[in-house]
Design a protein around this ligand. Structure first.
Ligand code: ATP
Ligand code: MG
Length: 395
């Protein structure tokens, strides 16, 4: 049966004078994300976004799945349209009841009138609809306090809608309302989760990945592209930058103390990321680091990495246990791809005894053994940029 999708705004309804801007951004995102699935009417009505298919060819199920990933939506449901007439509403409710109540022992009908000129009050509509449902489902009981299912009736300006259980939306704020940031995306579990968390706060992500061909393979890069594609399901199209750090790693291994390899490489990554971020107008850098997870993530090591750049560095996984990060990765659908066993540039040239309590002064001394500026310039010349989309939609 065909249905409309109703999306409720989340936090954005609190934003006072900026409210229209947040709502219109969300509206645009919804239109963009469901475009591959047919032709839709998307409009705003009383702090709800309504999505209706224009013809039979539209795939409402796929559109519904896509809407689940749109940040700024607090809750959502499938809603079945009817005429604004009490008899039509009752007839539709009776028709839908077996599906909406499947498996439920108790229910309540809950009506709301946005259009106060409708000739029945909300309690009257609820009672009429409840009665209509009981006539087709005599085994279910009404429970107004703790029902298994709430059948909602909304009388809006244009039409009436009947809907069943409301699902949680993706939450957060519409992407782009908080600017852009550059995510350092490895092939691991943590960085996609970090990206998702920041994106959820309304930040549009661009992504940078460092490869070290021939030490890392084309297949390893393909895996990271796949992760970027999964992130695009939340972020919209992702601008994906690839930079080679092969020359840097070779210079480090030839000239510097092995104990400092990882730290020095991380400083290079940050500096390169900062240069790309500034060019692309990204206002922050995002990483998947978490305190104490590995030697390069002790507080001392993080300080050494931080001091390489002046842009703010967001590390949303900083206080999460690995188990918690894994749980999030499963929820957002990146885990299965992240655990595919391919090498990362951080796993080649790894020191046997990395410094866990590095002193910045000593790190800088090691760094002075190589021509950092020239190496960064050379690395930036290897940069490739592509747009990665979740599916074939246009921007
Ligand atoms: P992840 O699970 O995301 O790979 P990790 O626990 O393996 O993280 P590290 O390898 O030390 O930790 O990397 C820490 C962070 O540095 C990553 O979360 C990511 O943001 C960034 N990073 C590491 N390797 C790369 C890479 N090859 N390209 C881009 N960013 C990287
Ligand atoms: Mg990693």
């Amino acid at each position: 049966m065909n249905y409309d999708i109703l999306l409720k705004f989340g936090e954005i309804t609190l934003k006072g004078a900026n409210r229209a801007y947040f709502e219109n951004t969300l509206l645009r995102q919804v239109r963009y994300r469901i475009k591959p699935f047919g032709s839709f009417n998307v409009y705003k009505s009383q702090s709800t976004i309504c999505v209706e298919g224009r013809d039979e060819a539209t795939d409402m199920d796929k559109a519904y799945e896509a809407c689940k990933k749109i940040f700024g939506v607090i809750s959502m449901c499938r809603a079945y349209e009817t005429e604004k007439d009490i008899e039509a509403i009752k007839k539709k409710a009776a028709e839908l009841a077996p599906a909406l109540l499947s498996g439920a022992k108790t229910f309540k009908a809950d009506a709301r009138r946005a259009d106060k000129s409708f000739p029945y009050t909300s309690p009257e509509i609820s009672a009429e609809v409840g009665y209509a449902i009981l006539t087709v489902c005599p085994d279910v009981k009404v429970d107004v306090h703790d029902p298994d299912v709430v059948v909602r009736v909304e009388i809006r300006d244009e039409k009436a809608f009947i809907s069943g259980a409301r699902e949680k939306g993706a939450g957060g704020m519409p992407v782009t309302t908080n600017g852009k940031a550059l995510l350092l995306l490895s092939g691991g579990i943590d960085s996609p989760v970090a990206g998702h968390m920041i994106c959820r706060r309304g930040v549009k992500l661009e992504v940078i990945h460092f490869e070290s061909f021939p030490y890392t393979s084309e297949r390893a890069l393909e895996k990271v592209r796949e992760l970027a594609k999964l992130l695009a399901g939340y972020n919209g199209a992702v601008c994906f930058h690839t930079v080679s750090v092969t020359k840097i790693q070779e210079a480090l291994s030839k000239n510097c103390d092995e104990e400092y390899f990882t730290l020095l490489l991380r400083r290079f990554m940050m500096k390169i990321a900062e240069a790309v971020a500034r060019e692309r107008e990204c206002k922050a850098i995002v990483t998947g680091e978490s305190v104490g997870q590995v030697a390069s993530q002790t507080i001392d090591a993080l300080n050494v990495t931080n001091s390489a750049v002046s842009l703010p560095v967001f590390r949303p996984c900083i206080g999460l246990d690995k188990e918690e990060i894994i749980q999030r990765a499963r929820q957002i659908g990146t885990y299965e791809t992240s655990v595919l066993p391919f090498e990362d540039c951080c796993t080649v040239f790894t020191p046997r005894h990395p410094k866990t309590k590095p002193v910045l002064e000593n790190v800088l001394k090691e760094e002075a053994r190589i021509d950092c500026e020239a190496l960064i310039k050379e690395a930036l010349e290897t940069r490739r940029q592509e747009w990665i989309k979740e599916n074939g939609s246009d921007d």
